[in-house]
Design a binder for this molecule. Sequence first.
Ligand SMILES: *[C@@H]1O[C@H](CO)[C@@H](O)[C@H](O)[C@H]1NC(C)=O
Ligand SMILES: *[C@@H]1O[C@H](CO)[C@@H](O)[C@H](O)[C@H]1NC(C)=O
Ligand SMILES: *[C@@H]1O[C@H](CO)[C@@H](O)[C@H](O)[C@H]1NC(C)=O
Ligand SMILES: *[C@@H]1O[C@H](CO)[C@@H](O)[C@H](O)[C@H]1NC(C)=O
Ligand SMILES: *[C@@H]1O[C@H](CO)[C@@H](O)[C@H](O)[C@H]1NC(C)=O
Ligand SMILES: *[C@@H]1O[C@H](CO)[C@@H](O)[C@H](O)[C@H]1NC(C)=O
Ligand SMILES: *[C@@H]1O[C@H](CO)[C@@H](O)[C@H](O)[C@H]1NC(C)=O
Ligand SMILES: *[C@@H]1O[C@H](CO)[C@@H](O)[C@H](O)[C@H]1NC(C)=O
Ligand SMILES: *[C@@H]1O[C@H](CO)[C@@H](O)[C@H](O)[C@H]1NC(C)=O
Ligand SMILES: *[C@@H]1O[C@H](CO)[C@@H](O)[C@H](O)[C@H]1NC(C)=O
Ligand SMILES: *[C@@H]1O[C@H](CO)[C@@H](O)[C@H](O)[C@H]1NC(C)=O
Ligand SMILES: *[C@@H]1O[C@H](CO)[C@@H](O)[C@H](O)[C@H]1NC(C)=O
Length: 405
Amino acid sequence: MDLAYRYQLLPMSFSCLTTIVLLLGSVLALVKDGRDEIDRLALLEFKARIADPSGVLRSWNDSSHFCDWDGVTCGRKHRRVTILDLGSKNLSGVVPPHIGNLSFLRGVDLENNSFHAKIPPQVGRLLRLQMLFLNNNSFSGEIPSNLSYCSNMLFLDLGFNMLKGNLPTELGSLSKLQQLILQVNSLMGNIPPSIGNLSSLQVFATSTNNFGGTIPETLGQLRNLKRLSLSENKFVNTIPISIFNISALAWLGVAENQLEGGLPGDLGFTLPNIKIINTWHNHLTGPIPKSISNASNLEMIQINQNNFTGKVPSLSKIRGLYRFNSVSNNLGGEQSTDLDFLCSLTNSTKLKFLEISDNAFRGLIPDCISNLSTTLFMFGLAYNHISGTSPSGIGSLINLEILQM
Ligand SMILES: *[C@@H]1O[C@H](CO)[C@@H](O)[C@H](O)[C@H]1NC(C)=O
Ligand SMILES: *[C@@H]1O[C@H](CO)[C@@H](O)[C@H](O)[C@H]1NC(C)=O
Ligand SMILES: *[C@@H]1O[C@H](CO)[C@@H](O)[C@H](O)[C@H]1NC(C)=O
Ligand SMILES: *[C@@H]1O[C@H](CO)[C@@H](O)[C@H](O)[C@H]1NC(C)=O
Ligand SMILES: *[C@@H]1O[C@H](CO)[C@@H](O)[C@H](O)[C@H]1NC(C)=O
Ligand SMILES: *[C@@H]1O[C@H](CO)[C@@H](O)[C@H](O)[C@H]1NC(C)=O
Ligand SMILES: *[C@@H]1O[C@H](CO)[C@@H](O)[C@H](O)[C@H]1NC(C)=O
Ligand SMILES: *[C@@H]1O[C@H](CO)[C@@H](O)[C@H](O)[C@H]1NC(C)=O
Ligand SMILES: *[C@@H]1O[C@H](CO)[C@@H](O)[C@H](O)[C@H]1NC(C)=O
Ligand SMILES: *[C@@H]1O[C@H](CO)[C@@H](O)[C@H](O)[C@H]1NC(C)=O
Ligand SMILES: *[C@@H]1O[C@H](CO)[C@@H](O)[C@H](O)[C@H]1NC(C)=O
Ligand SMILES: *[C@@H]1O[C@H](CO)[C@@H](O)[C@H](O)[C@H]1NC(C)=O
């Protein structure tokens, strides 16, 4: 019987007014309790489908209000569940569709457990949801396209699961999304161009999946992107030039794909914040751009197993460089000054790995290598055409443990 109907049945006399007010009050209280009850039932349904060997959910019983249960946080006024925090609790089981009834949820953290089966599409009913951490479980099936209704989502981490199928195009509508992490799953197909509409995105991590096709050019529209990780997939063709235009980018990982083409000559100017360039194991060609030294925040240049050619430019301004790995390319081969770039690294005080084996380098090892940072741990220059003697000053590299000649 609805509220308005009940109201009509009551004679509108003065003496009845108090009754009406009282009645209305108790009906409202009932409705309120009813909403509470929805949350309680959903939590109990959740508990019923979970194996909990560590007894983490022991407090989920009738002796206390659910707002006091471990891992549950409620809003102060409305006493509805706002946060479910159950990361690293040795839990296994399935997430029931009832999770979609917890309509005040803002954050769900189930990471580092053993949940399996599908991510219920009812999560799409959680319109207040800002954080969903389901990473490091055994979730299977496809990513529900219904997640696109969670328009307040900021962080979505589905990494380290067993998810299959395509990345739903619809997710391109999550305009507030800052992190989309899908690494280590079995996702396939193209990255939908609509991902370029996620204008707040800072982290897009898809490494170790079966994604393929061409990397969409629209990713270059992500002006806030700091970390782009596309490694260990099946991407082909060239890296879209638009990506080298994202000046916020700090981490570019495209390793272990089948990418072709070269790095743009002005990379060092267009990516002033870049820290990590990881392109190993592709089919990239052409020179290492001279401008790379202007990207003075670089910490790691890992371009091994490609087909880069030409003279390695000065790296003198990259003082925080930790690793330079150009193993198995076609660098050098032009003149006896091939190894001069090693002298440009003498101010790089964090250098630990310097690996240039299996290229076409010629000439003598310059004496300046004795001035390389004493932090150097590994120096590899095997399988080249280097001649002469090894400089006596090499002995000053007191932390060198691996020397491959
Ligand atoms: C019920 O929860 C309380 C904490 O709220 C706990 O002390 C008690 O052991 C629980 N009861 C059972 C039967 O697990
Ligand atoms: C999940 O595991 C990772 C790796 O061990 C750890 O860094 C992270 O803090 C864990 N998360 C939680 C919520 O315990
Ligand atoms: C999970 O299980 C491990 C190993 O049995 C145990 O050391 C750890 O304390 C458990 N975690 C929780 C939250 O109970
Ligand atoms: C909660 O959700 C489930 C499944 O989505 C549904 O069957 C149930 O009726 C809902 N309502 C309550 C009060 O549990
Ligand atoms: C996954 O969670 C387990 C604990 O459940 C933890 O030991 C492991 O480091 C986590 N792995 C990752 C990649 O977060
Ligand atoms: C998907 O989300 C929409 C919008 O929140 C909701 O109406 C619908 O019930 C959800 N689908 C399922 C299967 O829960
Ligand atoms: C999202 O991106 C796609 C493909 O890049 C585009 O066609 C579409 O118009 C965009 N939608 C919105 C709402 O911006
Ligand atoms: C790079 O960015 C500039 C300005 O931000 C824009 O005019 C240009 O079209 C972009 N180039 C590519 C290839 O996206
Ligand atoms: C780039 O580096 C070169 C050589 O170190 C320097 O002369 C030039 O001014 C730098 N350009 C910019 C835009 O920083
Ligand atoms: C590398 O490129 C050169 C030409 O620049 C070519 O002759 C050679 O076959 C290529 N090597 C590989 C492994 O692709
Ligand atoms: C190293 O730094 C010193 C002092 O700033 C400078 O004079 C020298 O030219 C630098 N050497 C290289 C190889 O960049
Ligand atoms: C090493 O650096 C010092 C100080 O900058 C310089 O005097 C010396 O000539 C350098 N040694 C070599 C072999 O380049």
